[in-house]
Design a protein around this ligand. Sequence first.
Ligand SMILES: C[S@@+](CC[C@H](N)C(=O)[O-])C[C@H]1O[C@@H](n2cnc3c(N)ncnc32)[C@H](O)[C@@H]1O
Length: 134
Amino acid sequence: LDGKVIAMDILPMDPIEGVHFLQGDFREQEVADQLTELLEGEKVDVVLSDMAPNLSGVAAADAARCLLLNELALDFAKENLKPNGFFVCKVFQGSGYSQYIEACKKTFKKVSVRKPEASRSSSAEVYVVAKNLK
Ligand SMILES: C[S@@+](CC[C@H](N)C(=O)[O-])C[C@H]1O[C@@H](n2cnc3c(N)ncnc32)[C@H](O)[C@@H]1O
C-alpha cells in the first residue's frame, strides 16, 4: 500500500493488513486527538466518514446524534485535509440536513450529494462528496 490508511470506530474491527485501527468514541476530544496524532503532522488526501449511531426510532433524537457525528467529521476534515483533499460523509436527510450542506459549501469549493445504487431507496441516507478546501 502506497500511503497510510487509518480507520476508527467505537466498536472493535477485525484487522486489515496495512490499516491502522483506532477504537474509540469520536465524540470524545481525547479520541479525536489520538487520531490526529496518528497522522504525525501530515495532512491527508481523504476524510471519509460513514459513522452513524444506533437508531432509537425517535426521529428528533436520532437526527441530532447523526448530525453531531457529521459535524465532528467536517471539523476533522477542515483541520486535517490537504487543500485539494476530499471529504466524503454519510448524512441522513432530516432535521439539520440543509444547514449541514450549507456548512459544507462554506468549507469546500465543490460539494455534491450522491445516492449510491447500493443505498436502499427507502433509506434517508445520502453521501456528501466535497473537495478543495476554501
Ligand atoms: C454504518 S456503520 C459503518 C461501519 C463500517 N464503516 C463499515 O463499512 O462496515 C456506522 C459505524 O459508525 C460507528 N460509530 C457510531 N458512533 C460512533 C462514534 N461516536 N465514534 C466512532 N464510531 C462510531 C458504529 O460503531 C458503526 O460501526
